[in-house]
Design a protein around this ligand. Structure first.
Ligand code: PBG
Length: 322
């Protein structure tokens, strides 16, 4: 045999020489769930690697992650039911605890990069990402609501606005609103190819944000489709997205690869709650070894082409490098 691929695998040193993909804390985003109040730290039963934190504990968590080299965070608010309404007015309210918390974090740790979530569902009494009338999720009437939400978030100090709602035209609407209000330096990470997935369950438990009626299939994408992801990406890039995201990650590695091949705009992948929960559950049963299965999973997302990886395991991965 003239060629023996195993020769390059014979030792840790040779394997290291030829390793094609490496994970780095610099590419990770740690998601955090925020609640109002103080001294709250409630583990999410269906996602035991994550908790709902009040601001004081969230700050500790951010500082601990920063020590480990993680500098980007995606922050999601859990809003009490009584503050929800049909038009998500709390999302831009003066006394909104989420916006106030962001101001505090940015004033105390200005170097961290904070990424928001723009969608109506955490604030909506209907639990949908868009405005609902007679059971239908209406596109164009949702856009001004998303604009107000995004401007309020930029004002609070978010570095990157993250529209996750999947309404048509929202990236352009948000870009124009941000620019009109002097936030031309605020970036947009668009949830470009967000699929109507079964893997968001633990996240909806964490925020209590499941739709009250119906499902999200008229706005989130059909898991069967790939061409549609390219259309969404083309629109988002034209509309001014600074990052294009694929979500979830693992069942959509082919989509990550396509977007990375077809577009120059950086690609983010969201390793969602249900994908993390699967690994945690199998590990808890002793069926998988989390310490090897988790890094292998994250590596596959990077190898597929993701520049940015949003994962609930960011901190745990960073701790394992020590
Ligand atoms: C809300 C939103 C969802 C997630 C991020 N933003 C849930 C949904 O669309 O129902 C899911 C993230 C996860 O599962 O980790 N627009």
């Amino acid at each position: 045999m003239l060629r023996r691929p195993r020769r390059n695998r014979k030792s840790s040193a040779t394997r290291g020489l030829i390793r094609e993909t490496r994970l780095s804390v610099e590419n990770f985003v740690q998601p955090l769930f925020l609640v109002d109040g103080s001294n709250v730290k409630e583990q999410i039963p269906s996602l035991p690697v994550a908790s709902r934190y009040s601001l004081d504990h969230a700050m500790d968590e951010i500082n601990a992650c920063k020590e480990l080299g993680i500098s980007s965070f995606m922050i999601f608010p859990a809003i009490p039911e009584e503050l929800k309404d049909r038009t998500a007015t709390y999302s831009w309210a003066e006394d909104n605890f989420y916006l106030k918390a962001i101001q505090t974090i940015k004033s105390q740790i200005p170097e961290v990069c904070l990424i928001s979530d723009v969608a109506m569902d955490p604030y909506s009494s209907d639990g949908h990402d868009g405005y609902v009338e007679h059971g239908k999720i209406l596109n164009d009437p949702t856009l001004p609501i998303l604009q107000k939400m995004a401007v309020a978030q930029a004002q609070a100090g978010f570095d990157i606005i993250g529209p996750s709602d999947m309404m048509d035209g929202r990236v352009e609407a948000i870009r124009l609103a941000l620019d009109d209000n002097g936030f031309d330096e605020t970036s947009i990470m668009s949830y470009t190819a967000k699929y109507a997935s079964a893997f968001y369950g633990p996240f909806r438990d964490a925020l209590d944000s499941a739709p009250k009626a119906g499902d999200k299939k008229s706005y989130q994408m059909d898991p069967a489709n790939k061409n549609e992801a390219l259309i969404e990406a083309e629109l988002d890039v034209q509309e001014g997205a600074d990052f294009i995201m694929v979500k979830p990650a693992l069942n959509y590695l082919d989509i990550i690869h396509s977007l990375k091949s077809e577009f120059e705009t950086p690609v983010a992948a969201y390793h969602v709650s249900g994908e993390c929960a699967m690994l945690l559950a199998a590990a808890e049963k002793g069926w998988l070894d989390l310490n090897t299965a988790m890094p292998e999973t994250l590596l596959s997302i990077k190898r597929a082409g993701a520049d940015v990886i949003i994962t609930y395991f960011a901190r745990m991965w960073a701790e394992m490098q020590g």
